[in-house]
Design a protein around this ligand. Structure first.
Ligand code: FEO
Length: 166
């Protein structure tokens, strides 16, 4: 049986994962408005991953006899000063999510909830990957500078992201 504190914290994280999906969908729409279809697709897939993360919390709360409570999702930002700026925001966002996951792990320890602790380990590993993937893209933008050819190449490359891949 899930404890009240973990149930509440997991519901909050479920909301945070859905908010992440919303943020990445907004970034996808921004890239589409710039005709950067590859980046738009990459962000759409990222949004799908976030929805998958949310569903992991959704199922876990229910499997442990808890009650899912869906809170409102804030409107995401819609414009960025450049494609690089959007990916930098995505990186900052992932660092924030990592912090949230680490706080959940600490709560699970404090509550002596071994099941929650075990469940969260997948997210701890996932966040290392997520941060690394986005930071690599930010670094690529830095290398590309303002050279349109390089941005075009990066757009093509990001558009080749396959389902389930980072
Ligand atoms: Fe669900 Fe990108 O963290």
């Amino acid at each position: 049986m899930i404890g009240k504190k973990i149930e509440e914290a997991f519901n909050k994280q479920l909301n945070a994962e859905l908010s992440s999906a919303y943020i990445y969908l907004s970034m996808s729409a921004y890239f589409d408005s710039l005709n950067l279809g590859g980046m738009a697709k990459w962000m759409q897939m990222q949004a799908q991953e976030e929805t998958d993360h949310a569903m992991k919390f959704f199922s876990n709360i229910q499997e442990r006899g808890g009650r899912v409570v869906l809170d409102k999702i804030d409107s995401p930002k819609m414009e960025w000063s450049s494609p690089k700026d959007a990916f930098e925001d995505a990186y900052k966002h992932e660092c924030k999510v990592s912090k949230l996951i680490h706080e959940l792990v600490e709560l699970a320890s404090d509550e002596n909830d071994h099941a929650a602790h075990a469940f969260l380990q997948w997210f701890v590993t996932e966040q290392v990957e997520e941060e690394d993937t986005v930071l690599t893209i930010v670094e690529r933008f830095k290398m590309a500078g303002d050279f349109p050819g390089a941005i075009f190449m990066l757009d093509r490359e990001l558009g080749m992201r396959a389902a389930g891949a980072h």
